[in-house]
Ligand binder design. Structure first.
Ligand code: HSE
Length: 402
């Protein structure tokens, strides 16, 4: 990290003054006194870099459009809250190469360029920290790296996208349709600029890529290796069916260490009442982590939004300010193999008029009748599901989490 001996305060810059960036400035401002006390020095926002002006903001005087002015200054930490993987990528590389630590909420950039960016940070003895990239305000990255460091992480099952969880909750609780619920999520400001990233499971795919790589000891699992199915095909009728068998429908991002290779995917899933994730509603996120010593723990809280996400970003700013670049655990440059989606054995619920047909066709797999139209089939390989459904004339099937 660049030397800070001669500075009276730790100067930082916020790159991108949108939903999260503005929350970071606000949090540092409202908690200035206690942060100064905890760090031992003031954290001073010296610049806000954005192409826009913010004349109404109390931070308007800090805004610059000149990136050179920012990078040629004495800042020690850059907060990258631009989003996306283009300009954010350039600025992050530029900062890290100069020994300026970068903290970010940018799950797209971390999941696609994490190996390279972490390496640059290590080479320049500074930090690349991304607590806010998964689960918004929920502490999950540092707990995985630190508190759970003595465990083999055997499983992660998460509701990691607030928009889809909100849409699904509204469909279930208010009986409204998918499009109306999506419009509400957009009006509330937690959907991505292009909501396809949320509803098609891409945002969750990026987040589980990050969590899986950490759980897999830095052996990189890239987003494009991970099968992701979104929620746009879910109907109100699906919720009635789910409720008839004591389940709710959630978009689950799953990682399992696996016996041979890791199993990772994102899919709408019937979650049984007995599961910790059943009661997670609205924009909230929750991540269930299973470790071989820990057992299960659930991390729950606000997965999106200005101040909750800023809370996690600011936690990283304090970490970087206290000059501890040790969290730059290496990620392998090349992605490692995961179990092909077709080969993954999953528990599924098949919805069919004639359960007996499904039980016969699913010969060799353990089955359990949940209702007169729902059959739980355990451990069936994905590649065998299509034929099971077509042979039996089943209406639909969905992953199942008990
Ligand atoms: N669009 C994301 C979500 C924002 O709804 O969870 C937080 O990453």
């Amino acid at each position: 990290m660049k030397g800070k001996e001669q500075q009276m305060a730790i100067n930082i810059a916020i790159l991108g003054f949108g939903t999260v960036g503005s929350g970071v400035a606000e949090t540092l401002d409202i908690n200035k006194e206690l942060i100064t006390k905890r760090v031992g020095e003031e954290i001073n926002v010296k610049y806000i870099l954005d192409i826009r002006d913010f004349p109404e903001s109390k931070f308007a005087n800090l805004v610059t459009h000149n990136a050179d002015e920012v990078f040629d200054s004495d800042i020690l930490i850059a907060v990258e809250t631009i989003g996306g993987a283009r300009i954010a990528y350039e600025y992050t590389k530029r900062a890290l190469s100069l020994g300026i630590s970068v903290v970010t909420s940018n799950k797209e950039l971390v999941s696609t360029h994490g190996p390279e960016l972490i390496k640059i940070a290590q080479e320049n003895n500074c930090c690349y920290l991304f607590e806010a990239a998964v689960g918004g305000g929920i502490p999950i990255i540092r707990p995985l790296y630190k508190c759970l460091a003595a465990n083999k992480i055997t499983k992660i099952a998460g509701i990691v996208n607030g928009t889809t969880n909100y849409i699904l909750s509204q469909m279930k609780d208010e009986g409204i349709d998918f499009d109306t619920a999506l419009k509400q999520a957009q009006a509330n400001g937690f959907a991505e600029a292009n909501p396809s990233a949320d509803i098609d499971g891409i945002d969750a795919q990026r987040k589980i890529s990050i969590l899986s790589t950490i759980a897999n000891d830095g052996a990189y699992i890239a987003p494009d290796q991970i099968s992701a199915e979104g929620i746009s095909a879910i109907t109100n009728d699906d919720f009635e069916f789910a409720s008839s068998i004591g389940c709710d429908i959630k978009l689950i991002a799953l990682y399992e260490a696996g016996e041979d290779k890791p199993v990772v995917y994102v899919a709408p899933t019937l979650v049984a009442k007995s599961n910790l994730l059943f009661n997670v509603s609205g924009v909230f996120n929750a991540i269930m982590v299973e470790g071989n010593s820990l057992g299960q723990a659930m991390f729950y809280g606000q997965g999106a939004g200005t101040l909750p996400t800023a809370s996690a970003v600011c936690g990283d700013i304090l970490e970087a300010a206290m000059s501890n670049p040790t969290e730059n655990r290496t990620w392998t440059e090349e992605s490692v193999a995961i179990t092909p989606y077709d080969e993954i054995a999953a528990d599924i619920v098949v919805r069919a008029d004639v359960p007996a047909k499904v039980i016969t066709a699913a010969e060799g797999y353990e089955c359990e009748v949940l209702s007169d139209e729902a059959i739980l089939v355990k451990g069936i390989r994905h590649k065998d599901i299509a034929s099971l459904v077509s042979e039996t004339g089943a209406k639909s099937w969905m992953h199942y989490l008990k």
